[in-house]
Design a protein around this ligand. Structure first.
Ligand SMILES: Cc1ncc(COP(=O)(O)O)c(C=O)c1O
Length: 384
């Protein structure tokens, strides 16, 4: 199989991740902290070490500010539902994945918040449009760092500055950027950063994290309460981070794999991984430039792109048919459709069928990309 669906979840993982999962599962797969025996302590230490690694990798304020989540959706929901209050105004964009759009729309529909959705232009949001959308009632700006449909990286640094100046909190969905676009929280004032562990940090599925910055203290409410492994006497959730926001047994096995993934990325350097992926995509972009049938969605700029690219499918085909043909006849895995991001497809004019998205990873090769473009040429020649 030629796997070009890394924006959904990365495959394969670095060898060190498989080894870490195997080792941890055989030696330390206990419930962290709870019993105080050596296996429980080893599991707790692994969680602590992973929080330290994340804090160092992203330049956070403290290790305990990294809350482990089940995926990116879990972290985004924790952030959104934990922060907004009745009567608040929230700003978002048309690039968002449903994991931001749906919780916000549900709150808007229930009359809890007022919502402004800022439009993008060729895949990019203008910071000035965010500034104009902010009102004195805006408590939160919730937006993606990189579009999962187009791969376009948003100008998050100026946006973070202006949101901070306006006194609102900034929630960044780093699902497509964490691990490939350097993020330094000491330089960029992001209050809440959510990401999955299973994409470009190469952990297994069932992992993710939410960074909760100092400005959220006293404002962020847990949406899941329960056992924390430590102080059991308190009738309510202990207020100490990370336990305040982490009720229940964490996915210790997955997090052990995530730790190995983060170490692998830190060793490679996010810039190197991104460059490889963008160079592979450049070949597809060059191929479309010579084709009468295929177009790239959004503006292609290799400097501000991650390893995801959407192709606009010729009228005589649907992205769904194409994805199925690539899978069954060519053993190529891509992602057709709306990619859980319907608003941007409306903006692009590709709603409801969507586009064909390919997203190479660090282990894909030039030969595999050539096989992909040759497959598209063959399908187009046979069908059109
Ligand atoms: C931009 C973006 N946000 C959020 C998510 C949701 O991530 P998860 O599936 O880990 O919940 C995705 C997944 O593809 C995504 O691309």
């Amino acid at each position: 199989m030629i796997y070009l669906d890394n924006a959904a979840t990365s495959f394969p993982k670095p060898e060190a991740v498989y080894q870490a999962l195997d080792r941890f599962a055989r030696t330390s797969l206990a419930n962290p902290g709870r019993a105080g025996h050596r296996m429980a302590i080893a599991a707790e230490q692994m969680l602590d070490a992973t929080r330290h690694a994340l804090n160092q990798f992203f330049g956070g304020a403290a290790p305990e500010r990294w809350i482990f989540t089940l995926n990116c959706t879990d972290g985004l929901n924790l952030a959104i539902k934990g922060i907004v209050q009745a009567g608040d105004h929230v700003v978002t964009t048309d690039l968002e994945h449903n994991s931001i759009s749906r919780p916000l729309r549900a709150l808007e529909k229930a009359g809890v918040i007022a919502l402004t959705r800022v439009g993008s232009e060729a895949g990019y949001v203008d910071p000035e449009a965010i500034r104009r959308a902010i009102t004195p009632r805006t408590s939160l700006v919730a937006m993606t760092h990189a579009s999962n449909v187009l791969g376009t990286v948003q100008p998050i640094e100026p946006i973070a500055e202006l949101v901070r100046q306006a006194g609102a909190l900034l929630l960044v969905d780093a699902a497509q950027s964490a691990g490939v676009v350097p993020i330094d929280l000491r330089q960029t004032p992001i209050d809440l950063l959510a990401f999955p562990g299973h994409k470009a940090l190469y952990g297994p599925t069932g992992t993710g994290a939410l960074y909760v910055g100092p400005r959220t203290d006293g404002r962020l409410r847990p949406w899941r309460e329960g056992g924390t492994g430590g102080d059991s006497s308190s009738p309510t959730q202990p207020v100490l981070l990370p336990y305040f926001l982490e009720g229940g047994t964490p996915n210790v096995l997955g997090i052990a794999g995530l730790a190995a993934g983060v170490a692998w990325v830190a060793e490679q350097g996010p810039a190197l991984v991104r460059r490889h992926e963008v160079e592979l995509l450049q070949r597809v972009v060059d191929w479309t430039a010579e084709s009468n049938d295929w177009r790239v969605a959004g503006r292609w700029d290799p400097q501000t792109h991650v390893g995801a690219l959407s192709l606009i499918v010729p009228d005589s085909l649907t992205p769904q048919d194409l994805g199925a043909i690539l899978d069954t006849s060519f053993e190529i895995a891509v992602r057709p459709g709306l990619h859980c991001a319907p608003y941007i497809h409306r903006t692009l004019g590709t709603f409801p069928n969507g586009t064909l998205r390919l997203s190479p990873g660090p282990f894909n090769t030039v030969e595999q990309i050539t096989a992909f473009t040759e497959a598209l040429s063959a399908i187009t020649a046979g069908v059109l």
